[in-house]
Ligand binder design. Structure first.
Ligand code: ATP
Length: 249
């Protein structure tokens, strides 16, 4: 479970996140959608303290990250994986080394590293790519390596920042399938930032709609469509459903 309690974040004098209250339930796939600049990525990065809040508390799996020392935070982050739009692989390391590096950083027992790397690469269907370098991979394959790297330490939470925004529709569907499989197989709580309503609708159980650093609404996504949770106006959600993607200028 992830809890943000009255969390605010400013950059210089610009308030990007305004006193946000949000609970993400254990085991759910939670989408965060909103127009460009709404604060989606900042909100996600507050969940593992890549951005440190100016005010408020961040709690993940019962631990208040905002109260931890830097050593304790490093430990807590082992259970929070993250993937990015541009994959963030290390160009001069092989597929194998890119995944192994997260185990080294986490002091994973040396003897078990090789089998764990291979296990994660097998899960994403890339066990035969161990000796390849990122430049030899397609976008979808790079994102699979990034997912394997994020999975290596058995995270309880996976934060995904626009994970399919650089991919074509077929590859997007494949990557969303991998994320769904991770959620179903291991019970990992997944948070996905996206500007595409189709992505959110195809995989998420709930969606939070952001506008100008605030939560506009949180809605439950049912198989038959989107239903409002909070009895607040349905207008924005209905617009999103009708118009499809949000403008991502
Ligand atoms: N490190 C930073 N320094 C200064 N301003 C920042 C920083 N990070 C984010 N911002 C500003 O905070 C606001 C929210 O940014 P954020 O990236 O969270 O929005 P977003 O909804 O994810 O947008 P996009 O969809 O375009 O990525 C923007 O106005 C952005 O310019």
């Amino acid at each position: 479970m992830i809890k943000l309690h009255n969390v605010s974040k400013s950059f210089s004098r610009f308030q990007a996140i305004k006193s946000i209250l949000l609970t993400i339930n254990k085991g759910e796939i939670h989408g965060i959608i909103g127009a460009s600049g709404a604060g989606k990525s900042t909100l996600l990065r507050l969940m593992n303290l890549l951005e440190v809040p100016d005010e408020g508390e961040v709690e993940v799996n019962g631990q208040k990250l905002t109260n931890l020392s830097s050593k304790e935070l490093r430990q807590a982050r082992k259970s929070i994986g993250m993937i990015f739009q541009h994959f963030n692989l290390v160009a001069n390391k092989t597929v194998y080394e890119n995944v192994a590096v997260s185990l080294e950083l986490a002091n994973f027992p040396k003897k078990e590293r090789r089998s764990r790397v291979l296990e994660c690469l097998q899960f994403v269907g890339l066990e035969s790519f161990v000796e390849k370098y990122p430049a030899q991979l397609s976008g979808g394959q790079k994102q699979r390596v990034a997912i394997a790297r994020a999975l290596a330490n058995n995270p309880e939470v996976l934060l995904c920042d626009e994970p399919t925004s650089s991919l074509d529709p077929n590859t997007t569907a494949e990557i969303l399938g991998v994320l769904d499989n991770i959620n179903k197989s291991f019970g990992v709580t997944i948070v996905i930032v996206s500007h595409e309503m189709e992505v959110i609708k195809s995989i998420c159980n709930r969606v939070t709609v952001m506008a100008a650093g605030e939560i506009y609404d949180t809605a439950l996504i049912e198989p038959k469509g989107i239903q409002n949770l909070d009895n607040s106006p349905r207008y924005f959600i209905e617009q999103l459903t009708k118009d499809g993607d949000l403008d991502h200028a």
